[in-house]
Structures are given as structure tokens and as C-alpha cells.
Design a binder for this molecule. Structure first.
Ligand code: SDX
Length: 426
């Protein structure tokens, strides 16, 4: 609903651009009128562009506030299970007891994968990065669920969401087991979502009475919740853009996994551990910080496009980190090093002037390492958790008419060239 207008004057002509207010956050300026102006808007990196309207997640970067469907992230992470949060992202609010039981049963029923899918894993080298495997096998689900999949049917869309949320832990654990040369494990009915993931990751067929440490499974579930959604981030925007072409939803999620892999995005948690390994000891921190300030390297796990204050997820992650390390009796020198880095960065003008604070990835890597998750699996876990967010945005897009995303450009290439035969080219 337009409340008033912004006036743009270009080439001597005034354009009245409607200002539209949401329920929270910055109003937007609808620039559709530029269509007839002879201009395009220009915003590399989409720093000031809102390509969609959404009701799913709200972030206030200045306040360090994150809401999923209006619920504050710290309350969800500390008081709800991940699957309840996934239900809220998909359906709009937390489930009641009956809705929860029904959703959990559907997820349990769809947690297995077609046995033929195992053959996709065999095409990869054993040392393939598990994210490369995930991009492949999740995209391959579109080969199993394509015929008869009619995304214009709400029920088809809903079962797709359930299948993806249900199967990601199974596929993620399979990508790890394959790299270890160990047999795949399948989900058990007596384990919850996080317990099943840890079971499929670390149990073997010989572990007939495998037990999951409740401290670890609760931390895992919390990590899933903290990574579940985050507004129009790079990978979610990728899912939406792929979805806007009408592409198969499993292929859209595979595109999101590919985008998340980058070290500037979901790959940062893996990069944080690599950075801590490179620094080695607290004594080396000042020298490393000089490399950061001279822009030779970035301080991985710090900074954020939206949060110019603390990342609320990092606060919860830090508390979880302390809980897990003390419960497991681990005195991880990496955590001490991380704390030293954080202290120095939070007091250093270089970081303060640039609003660089620890983000969600800074602590998640340390917890995952403490749980025994290999570094190469960190972003896989991020993609597992983010699937509920990705598919919620895909569902939201399909819940109303939409157009294919087709940005324009500022062209600065050659203006005109005559064709020259190969023999005449210099
Ligand atoms: C995630 O978008 C999301 O919501 C993502 C995410 C999600 O849940 O989906 O939150 C998950 O991706 C978290 C971010 C994980 N990435 C990292 O931790 C990698 C390290 N961080 C940076 O690469 C960077 O901070 C970004 C990419 C996260 C944000 O970059 P921006 O917003 O484009 O900021 P910028 O590059 O314009 O930087 C502004 C200034 C620059 O300094 P100047 O050159 O202007 O002097 O800050 C500097 C940058 O050089 N800077 C850093 C830095 N991040 C920014 N300097 C050192 N270390 C860093 N980490």
C-alpha cells in the first residue's frame, strides 16, 4: 500500500515513485515507473535493493534483531525444536500439538531416500568435498520427483517442502559416510531430527544400542534453528531467482546449496577454522591482524552485509559453545584463540569503524569441531538447516503470481566493431 511518493528528477522530467511501508523496517521506493524513464536503477551487490515482499524473516541490522515469522531468534533457539521452527517458516506460525505431531510424522516418513540414489554417490571420488556431493545429489532428487510434480498444486508444493526438510539430514550424513568409506546409516523411528542426524553421521551397523549425548543433540538442534533462515541472503535469493523460472524445486534448492558454498557466505564457518589453524597461537594474533588491516586477508566469521551491530545468532551460538565445551570437558585452544581474536577486534578502531562484529559463523565452527564434525561438513550442516528457509521462500513466491527475475545492466563494453576475417586479424 503506497503511503506517499518520492520524486525523482531525471533528464528534466519528474517521476513520482510510490513509497511503500511494511510492518517493520525500512519503507521501500517502488521504482517501476523507471520502466518508461530511459534509465535503469544501478545497485551492484543489491546493497539497497528489495526485490521481493516477504512475511518470513525480519532483520534489524542496527539493533541486531532477527525474527522468524515474528518470533525472536533467541526465544526460538532456546525454547523450540528445529522442526517446530521449520513448520513456522513454512506455515507462518509455530504448530499446535496436533499440527506438530502430524508434521513430525510426515518428516519421519519421508526421511529415507530412494535406494537408487546411492549410485550417485559412487560417481564421486571418496575425497570429494561433501558440498560438491550435496549439490549433485540434491539436484538429482529432481530426477526422482519430476514426473507428476505440478508446482501449481499446493499439495505438491507442501510435500516437496516436507521431502526436502526430511531428506537433507539423510543425504548430508550419506555425504560424510561416503567420504569415510563407511556404510550408510538410515534414520531410526526412536530418534528425533537432530539425534537421527548425529546417529547417521557417527554410528555404524555394529552400534545396535547407539546412544546420542543429549547435550550434543540439543546443541545440534539449536545450530539448525540459528541457520534456518535469514531473509534475502545470497543463497535464498538464488533459490528465488531459480524458482522464478518455474524450475523444479529440488533443482532450485541445489542452486541454493551451490551459492551457500562460497567462503563469503555459508563457507565462512569452514574458513574460520582454517583461519584459526593458520594463526595457530594467541601470540600470532597481532601479526595476523596487521594482514587483515592491510587487506591481505579477511577476518573470517566477522562482518555482515546487514548486521552493523552484533549478529544475534552469534550471541546464542557463543552461549551454546560454552555449554558444549564445558559439558564435554573440552578445553579447546581454538576457542581461547577465537576469544582473543574477538576481544582484539571488538576494541580495534579498524573493526569498530567498519562495524565488524562476530557473525553466526564465528562460533559455529568451534562447536561443530567440538561435536566431532569434520570441517568439510560445516557448510553441509548450514545447507541442511537453511533448507527450511529456502523452501519457505520458494513456497512464498509460489503462493502468489510472480514474474521471472530478469535484472538489467550498465553496459560499458565496445560500442561498435566491424567483423574482421581471421587472416586480417592482428
Ligand atoms: C553469512 O547475508 C546473510 O544473511 C548471510 C548469512 C546468512 O545467514 O545467510 O548471515 C550467513 O554469510 C554470514 C557472513 C559469513 N562471511 C564471513 O564471515 C566472511 C568474512 N566477512 C566478509 O567477507 C564480509 O564481511 C561480508 C561478505 C560478510 C559482508 O561484506 P560487505 O557487506 O560487502 O562489506 P564490505 O565488503 O563492503 O566491507 C566493508 C568494509 C571494507 O573495508 P574498506 O575496504 O571499505 O576499508 O569492511 C571490510 C571491507 O574490507 N571488511 C572486512 C571484513 N568484512 C568487511 N575486513 C576484514 N575482515 C572482514 N571479515
Amino acid at each position: 500500500m503506497a503511503d506517499n511518493n518520492a520524486t525523482l528528477t531525471a533528464d528534466g522530467k519528474d517521476y513520482q515513485l510510490p513509497i511503500i511501508k511494511g510492518t517493520l523496517g525500512r519503507p521501500v521506493i517502488d521504482i517501476a515507473a523507471l520502466q518508461d524513464s530511459g534509465f535503469w536503477s544501478y545497485d551492484p551487490g543489491f546493497k539497497v535493493t528489495a526485490p521481493v515482499e516477504s512475511k518470513i524473516t525480519f532483520i534489524d541490522g542496527g539493533k541486531g534483531e532477527l525474527l522468524y515469522r515474528g518470533y525472536p531468534i533467541d526465544q526460538l533457539a532456546n525454547s523450540a525444536e528445529y522442526l517446530e521452527v521449520a513448520y513456522a517458516l513454512v506455515h507462518g506460525e509455530l504448530p499446535n500439538a496436533e499440527q506438530k505431531a502430524d508434521f513430525y510424522e510426515k518428516v519421519r516418513k519421508h526421511a529415507g531416500v530412494h535406494d537408487q540414489l546411492r549410485k550417485f554417490f559412487e560417481g564421486f571420488r571418496r575425497d570429494a568435498h561433501p558440498m560438491a556431493i550435496m549439490v549433485g545429489v540434491v539436484g538429482a532428487l529432481s530426477a526422482f520427483y519430476h514426473e507428476g510434480l505440478d508446482v501449481s498444486e499446493e499439495l505438491h508444493r507442501e510435500i516437496t517442502a516436507i521431502r526436502l526438510i526430511a531428506k537433507m539430514p539423510t543425504l548430508a550424513a550419506m555425504s560424510y559416510k561416503y567420504s569415510q568409506g563407511e556404510p550408510f546409516m538410515y534414520p531410526r523411528n526412536d530418534f528425533n531430527y537432530a539425534e537421527n542426524f548425529l546417529y547417521m553421521m557417527f554410528a555404524t551397523p555394529a552400534d545396535v544400542d547407539y546412544k546420542v549425548d543429549p547435550v550434543i543433540s540439543k546443541a545440534m538442534d539449536k545450530i539448525f534453528t540459528l541457520h534456518a533462515d535469514h531473509e534475502q541472503n545470497a543463497s535464498t535469493s538464488t533459490v528465488r531467482l531459480a524458482g522464478s523460472t518455474g524450475a523444479n524445486p529440488y533443482a532450485c534448492i541445489a542452486a541454493g546449496i551451490a551459492a551457500l558454498w562460497g567462503p563469503s557466505h555459508g563457507g565462512a564457518n569452514e574458513a574460520v577454522l582454517e583461519m584459526l589453524d593458520e594463526i595457530g597461537t594467541v601470540e600470532n594474533v597481532p601479526e595476523f591482524m596487521e594482514k587483515v588491516k592491510s587487506r591481505e586477508v579477511k577476518l573470517m566469521g566477522f562482518g555482515h552485509r546487514v548486521y552493523k551491530n552484533f549478529d544475534p545468532r552469534a550471541q546464542v551460538m557463543k552461549e551454546t559453545c560454552d555449554e558444549v565445551l564445558s559439558a564435554l570437558g573440552i578445553n579447546d585452544p581454538k576457542l581461547e584463540l577465537a576469544m582473543a581474536l574477538e576481544k582484539i577486534a571488538l576494541e580495534d578502531p579498524f573493526f569498530i569503524e567498519r562495524n565488524l562484529y562476530p557473525n553466526v559463523d564465528f562460533y559455529s565452527g568451534i562447536i561443530l569441531k567440538a561435536i566431532g564434525i569434520p570441517t568439510s561438513m560445516f557448510t553441509v550442516i548450514f545447507s541442511l538447516a537453511r533448507t527450511s528457509g529456502w523452501i519457505s521462500h520458494w513456497l512464498e513466491m509460489h503462493s502468489a503470481p510472480f514474474k521471472i527475475g530478469r535484472p538489467r545492466q550498465l553496459y560499458t563494453g565496445e560500442t561498435h566493431r566491424d567483423f574482421v576475417k581471421i587472416e586480417d586479424r592482428k
